[in-house]
Design a protein. Structure first.
Ligand code: HEC
Ligand code: HEC
Ligand code: HEC
Ligand code: HEC
Length: 177
């Protein structure tokens, strides 16, 4: 049983939790509309060419189901939260938080790393870093800390993670003007 005190703490934290959840996911297609020209750095193209864009598809393979079974899971890999947590985004959210163009099948996508974009995707907001952050955009001072949330030994196929080497494969900077 929960004590009176812990119930009170839950009561206090509930509005915070709801607030943190209020931005919704728009999907990589929407981000890609403005992030695909060479001039802006073609982040969409970099992502498409990376394995992150295939992370969900990977769970549909026999290899994936075999591992899921060996781990004692009774559901398919692509339906198991134990696998989806590193291979996809949004599978555990209420449909009201997923925009029409959002697809779980897009795997590890822009918003997996940069946060749900419904409120920062407008051009006037995007151009202003402070405003974008205030509207939910997540940026990183230490990107490596993000990577190792998934690139760690809990991954059944863990490959030693070398940040410099891995980042070089997926980096997608805006070219300096
Ligand atoms: C309407 C166009 C538009 C859309 C849609 C859009 N962006 Fe942007 N974004 C921009 C512009 C413009 C900038 C400013 C940098 C530049 O000139 O490329 C920017 C900058 C960024 C930055 C860098 C911010 C910084 O200050 O370092 C990130 C990260 C980013 N966008 C992610 C996303 C993600 C993720 C999505 C989808 C949820 C998205 N954007 C959707 C236009 C857009
Ligand atoms: C939400 C989980 C998640 C995060 C966060 C994440 N990755 Fe990944 N990454 C994956 C998954 C899952 C795969 C494997 C996809 C597949 O093979 O289908 C992968 C694959 C990769 C690969 C390809 C590896 C290979 O074998 O060629 C590179 C490179 C990579 N990630 C770099 C990074 C970097 C750098 C960061 C941090 C900036 C990062 N990842 C953050 C989940 C993540
Ligand atoms: C695996 C995580 C990951 C994914 C997926 C990802 N990004 Fe990023 N992105 C980062 C990190 C880390 C940085 C560098 C640190 C920072 O600025 O937060 C970055 C930087 C950026 C920048 C700023 C570059 C600069 O020069 O200032 C833009 C723009 C951007 N991402 C857009 C996107 C878009 C659009 C997508 C999807 C097509 C995407 N990102 C997918 C992790 C990711
Ligand atoms: C902690 C995050 C994490 C979890 C949990 C996770 N994966 Fe992965 N998975 C990754 C990453 C990251 C990679 C890329 C290899 C690497 O660098 O670890 C990957 C790669 C894969 C690959 C491609 C391997 C190859 O080389 O062909 C398959 C298949 C896979 N995972 C299946 C699964 C299945 C099935 C589950 C659930 C039982 C699962 N993963 C759970 C992070 C994870």
């Amino acid at each position: 049983m929960l004590s009176k005190k812990s119930l009170f703490v839950i009561f206090l934290l509930t509005p915070l939790f709801v607030m943190a959840q209020e931005h919704s996911y728009v999907g990589v297609k929407t981000c890609g509309m403005c992030h695909k020209s060479e001039k802006s750095g073609n982040q969409l193209g970099v992502w498409k060419n990376s394995l992150h864009s295939k992370a969900y598809e990977t769970l549909l393979t026999e290899k994936a189901d075999k591992v899921a079974k060996e781990k004692g899971l009774t559901t398919k890999a692509s339906e198991s939260p134990e696998c989806l947590k590193c291979h996809a985004t949004g599978y555990d959210l209420d449909a009201s938080l997923l925009g029409k163009k959002f697809k779980i099948e897009d795997g590890v996508q822009c918003e997996t790393c940069h946060g749900p974009g419904s409120d920062y995707k407008k051009k006037s907001i995007m151009k202003d870093r402070e405003k974008a952050i205030a509207n939910g955009l997540i940026l990183y001072d230490k990107p490596e800390e993000l990577c190792v949330k998934c690139h760690n030994e809990e991954s059944p196929f863990y490959k030693e993670f070398n940040f410099a080497e891995f980042w070089d494969k997926i980096k997608h900077p805006v070219p300096k003007k």
